[in-house]
Design a protein around this ligand. Structure first.
Ligand SMILES: *[C@@H]1O[C@H](CO)[C@@H](O)[C@H](O)[C@H]1NC(C)=O
Ligand SMILES: *[C@@H]1O[C@H](CO)[C@@H](O)[C@H](O)[C@H]1NC(C)=O
Ligand SMILES: *[C@@H]1O[C@H](CO)[C@@H](O)[C@H](O)[C@H]1NC(C)=O
Ligand SMILES: *[C@@H]1O[C@H](CO)[C@@H](O)[C@H](O)[C@H]1NC(C)=O
Ligand SMILES: *[C@@H]1O[C@H](CO)[C@@H](O)[C@H](O)[C@H]1NC(C)=O
Length: 432
């Protein structure tokens, strides 16, 4: 009996010794891999000064998070290089911008002008426990190393705003079943979206804006049930989207397909995306009418379909009164501008201070550009109907701020055939 248990102890000690050694070996190789990664990086701003062998606890190195076994699970080093990306700078929709691991990135913590350069070494493929690879707003150049696409545990790839060149068509996403964030916005990607991306069923954010991607927008993008945000803006996408494009979009909040070459009708299935807040389709070749189904979208804050070839009339049930930005300018719409009876006024009685300052900037004659008549930094409500073929009197629309704060409001309707100087009686005056 005694002999047996002594044997057991010996075996146990041997076992733990071997594991200790293999643990140390793993740690040692993690360290040498990190140093190899650093070797290919140009670090003018000395951001990786803690990455050195004399500092043996690699889990404490800048930008590194380890799992409980001392294996690198996160690499997060945001830079402050905004040369290629305007998305951290102020723009019309900057507060709605979707990027980063969170849907909305807080850019205020990023230090401007401090960033890494050089290349991402293929050694990255050896960090088998890596879940987060996040190097946004640096100056990494060249291809993304192939090793990345074999990292089966990856949940986040966020390399927005670098100078990565890659033919997207050649990337194989088959191993990235856990990918939730794929953000390569503002790089130098070309080629087409490959079919293998459809394997990434956990995808919640897809940002490919500001590249040179061409080809069609694949239908499978509308099947990702966890998709919250998609930004394909400023590429060379062509073709049209089928009416049933959005198949299961109940968590979808932000869609940006602006500045491409998309044609055909705006899919009716947008009306199924009940949590949609931002819908940016401007500067494309969309035609047909604004689908009636959009009247379902109670959460919609921003709808910009300007600079297309959309015709037809505006439905009075569109929730325009709730929208911070409603822009149908530079299209072929006609009929009168409705009072937009639905559905925002229904909530008036539920708020103590429901009606924000109603400041009507009727720039009917003077307005030429789509630029806001305010400072770019002032949150403004803007409803832009200009450069269409609208007729009839100009409605007075009482506006409701979601936050209850006072806001400036711009109503732009130049370049139409509105009967100047005539204001329709406002049917909701009593309510406000
Ligand atoms: C999409 O990306 C462009 C370019 O980065 C940016 O300007 C825009 O705000 C983004 N759209 C959304 C909805 O975040
Ligand atoms: C990208 O890769 C695809 C598939 O290999 C190829 O057909 C295409 O020509 C490539 N595109 C460019 C611009 O090199
Ligand atoms: C989407 O909405 C249309 C009507 O607009 C409806 O026929 C269809 O079943 C809906 N699809 C889903 C998946 O909810
Ligand atoms: C208006 O009220 C309805 C029902 O109470 C609610 O579901 C909806 O979200 C509200 N809309 C807004 C814009 O607050
Ligand atoms: C605008 O409407 C008028 C008739 O009211 C029509 O003759 C004209 O062709 C329309 N213009 C466009 C660009 O649709």
């Amino acid at each position: 009996m005694v002999g047996v248990s002594a044997m057991g102890v010996v075996v146990l000690i041997l076992l733990s010794l071997c594991c200790l050694i293999s643990g140390k070996a793993a740690e040692f190789s993690e360290i040498s891999q990190l140093l190899e990664l650093k070797n290919a990086i140009v670090d003018h701003h000395n951001m990786l000064s803690t990455w050195k062998s004399s500092n043996p606890n690699h889990c404490s190195w800048f930008g590194i998070t380890c799992n409980s076994h001392g294996m690198v699970s996160e690499l997060r080093i945001p830079g402050g290089n905004f040369v290629h990306s305007g998305s951290c700078l102020s723009s019309k929709y900057s507060d709605l911008a979707l990027h980063g691991s969170e849907i909305v990135r807080d850019c205020s913590s990023l230090k401007k002008g401090r960033f890494l350069g050089g290349k991402l070494s293929n050694v990255i493929g050896k960090f088998s426990e890596l879940r987060v690879l996040s190097f946004p707003f640096n100056e990494f150049r060249g291809e993304l190393p192939n090793g990345v696409w074999g990292l089966t545990k990856l949940e986040v790839i966020d390399i927005e705003g670098n100078s990565i060149t890659a033919n997207l068509s050649t990337i194989n996403f088959n191993n990235l079943k856990n990918l939730q964030v794929f953000n390569l916005g503002f790089n130098k990607l070309f080629g087409e979206i490959p079919n293998s991306l459809s394997e990434c069923e956990a995808l919640s954010l897809l940002n490919l804006a500001g590249n040179q991607i061409e080809g069609y927008v694949p239908d499978f993008l509308g099947n990702f049930v966890k998709l919250k945000g998609i930004n394909l803006s400023s590429n060379q996408f062509i073709g049209s989207l089928p009416d049933e494009f959005w198949n299961n979009c109940h968590v979808l909040e932000h869609v940006d397909f602006s500045s491409n070459f998309l044609t055909g009708k705006i899919p009716k299935s947008f009306g199924n995306c009940s949590n949609l807040r931002t819908m940016l389709l401007f500067s494309n070749g969309f035609s047909g009418v604004l689908p009636f189904e959009l009247t379902n979208l109670q959460m919609l804050e921003v709808l910009d379909v300007s600079r297309n070839r959309i015709s037809g009339i505006l439905d009075e049930k569109l929730p325009v009164r709730c929208m911070r930005v409603f822009d149908v300018s530079r299209n072929l719409m006609f009929g009168s501008i409705p009072d937009f009876i639905n559905p925002c006024h229904l909530n008036i009685s539920r708020h103590s201070d429901p009606v924000a300052k109603y400041l009507s900037h009727l720039t009917y004659k003077t307005r030429v550009e789509t630029r806001l008549p305010f400072s770019r930094f002032t949150p403004a409500m803007i409803h832009d109907f200009s450069d269409n073929n609208f007729t009839g009197p100009i409605p007075l629309l009482p506006m409701i701020s979601r936050t209850g704060k006072k806001i400036d409001y711009a109503f732009l309707a130049g370049g139409n055939k509105l009967s100047s100087g005539l204001f329709r009686e406002n049917p909701f005056k009593k309510l406000s």
